[in-house]
Design a protein around this ligand. Structure first.
Ligand code: SF4
Length: 410
């Protein structure tokens, strides 16, 4: 018997956006590049979980919440978070702290413990393993639940699909029912009483009523249709200006390359594709391609090299994140070993301003040429006054960035 297809709101959203994109992400298992807005949202979700953890007696102070946020934030570098620069990352960090300060100022007096926070629920139904992470659930009494979803983007709007998915999960999950019954043994049936999106940047709440059963039924038929298409291997691309512009898979996509992507092995004469799940039958073989001209071979090799470089960068970021998370300085594979060190880098926010400042402070003659290294040396130069160093430090910073060395084991 085929195992249940693992499914979620985000998978549904991606398939609806473009089935080919879904295939890259969940069939070929190619990760997307990190996105700063996800990293920002993840850090804020983690701190909300910390504040409202139902197992903890009382609530942390603002200072404790800020400290927790700082440590969550500093688990990854700006690149791992997907920020374009350290400055942008610092802006995100400052915005996260501002949100927490205003959240406490507005809500601290009315903090109450919820039924659950960040509850990962898996509902096995209709051949699907439906996975949802419910940011917060409150028990309203009489078997009724309030579902609250934190939003951290620029705007917040009603997303019926997400609300329907939550309602389907909450009202059918035996785990959630058991959780409610542990609090209120008289409950026979769990129902959604209220759903809301809480927009953290503006501290505004959008409340929604429970959707009628008729709407949930129609929504669920749509989910089952999508699941059926996935099982049938239907992944035709649906290109569009916006989704393609921001798609990480453009350089692999048949819409742009004119060729079917076959997995890490590359394009060309198709090899038998090994798909990761019995839910995905292999696509039919295509006839062998005609011999390629040398310019075509060259283009293909350039594309392949680009893919490998992208893949290398992704892997490096994942390895660094895992080693930092586990506090490993060194780790061994079967044939290779990885070592993680810190490398000091010099960061200059505005080179023209640095040159102007060096001229003003009569320090330009101390450096043969104002490069990052020579300017950074001035910060350690005993003949440069502390006052001048302080002025320089506004524009020139030493930062530590992780450096990964991967070598073959001897
Ligand atoms: S580039 Fe466009 S068509 Fe291709 S996978 Fe991405 S979104 Fe789909």
């Amino acid at each position: 018997m085929a195992k249940n297809l693992s499914f979620s709101y985000s998978k549904l959203g991606m398939y609806k956006e473009c089935p080919q994109k879904y295939k890259f992400r969940y069939v070929h298992m190619l990760p997307e590049k990190p996105k700063y807005y996800f990293a920002f949202g993840t850090a804020l979700h983690a701190v909300m979980e910390f504040i409202f953890n139902p197992q903890r007696p009382g609530f942390p102070s603002l200072q404790e919440a800020l400290q927790f946020f700082d440590s969550e934030w500093n688990k990854t570098t700006f690149e791992q978070k997907g920020y374009a620069s350290v400055e942008k990352e610092l802006e995100g960090f400052a915005e996260g702290r501002r949100i927490l300060e205003t959240y406490y100022a507005k809500n601290e007096a009315s903090f109450v413990h919820p039924l659950s926070v960040e509850m990962k629920s898996t509902l096995e139904t209709d051949g699907l393993s439906l996975i949802s992470i419910l940011d917060r659930m409150d028990y309203l009494g009489d078997g009724k639940i309030k579902i609250l979803d934190y939003k951290t983007g620029k705007t917040v709007q009603r997303e019926p699909t997400q609300l329907y998915m939550y309602q389907k999960v909450v009202e059918n999950s035996p785990v959630i029912k058991a959780l409610v019954q542990a609090k209120d043994p008289s409950v026979k049936e769990v129902r959604v009483g209220e759903m809301s999106f809480y927009h953290l940047p503006t501290l505004t709440e959008l409340k929604f009523e429970r959707a009628p059963d008729k709407e949930i039924f129609a929504f669920w038929q749509g989910v089952l249709d999508v699941a059926g298409n996935i099982r049938a291997g239907k992944f035709d691309p649906t290109p569009g200006e916006t989704q393609c512009k921001f798609c990480d898979y453009r350089n692999l996509c048949p819409v742009f390359t004119g060729k079917e992507y076959d997995g890490p092995g590359g394009y060309g004469a198709r090899k038998k594709t090994v798909l990761p799940s019995p839910d995905f039958p292999p696509a039919p073989e295509k006839p062998a391609a005609a011999p390629q001209s040398e310019p075509d071979q060259l283009s293909e090799k350039i594309d392949r090299l680009g893919e490998l470089i992208d893949e290398q960068r992704r892997l490096e970021q994942e390895i660094i994140a895992l080693m930092q998370k586990n506090k490993f300085a060194r780790h061994f594979g079967k044939a290779f070993q990885a070592e993680l060190t810190d490398e000091e880098k010099i960061q200059i926010s505005d080179e023209e301003k640095v040159v102007a400042l060096l001229q003003k402070l009569n320090l330009l003659e101390k450096v043969l040429a104002p490069t990052r290294t020579t300017v950074a040396r001035l910060l350690d130069d005993e003949t440069v006054s502390a006052q001048d160093k302080a002025k320089l430090k506004v524009l020139v910073q030493k930062i530590n960035v992780p450096r990964l060395i991967v070598e073959k084991q001897s």
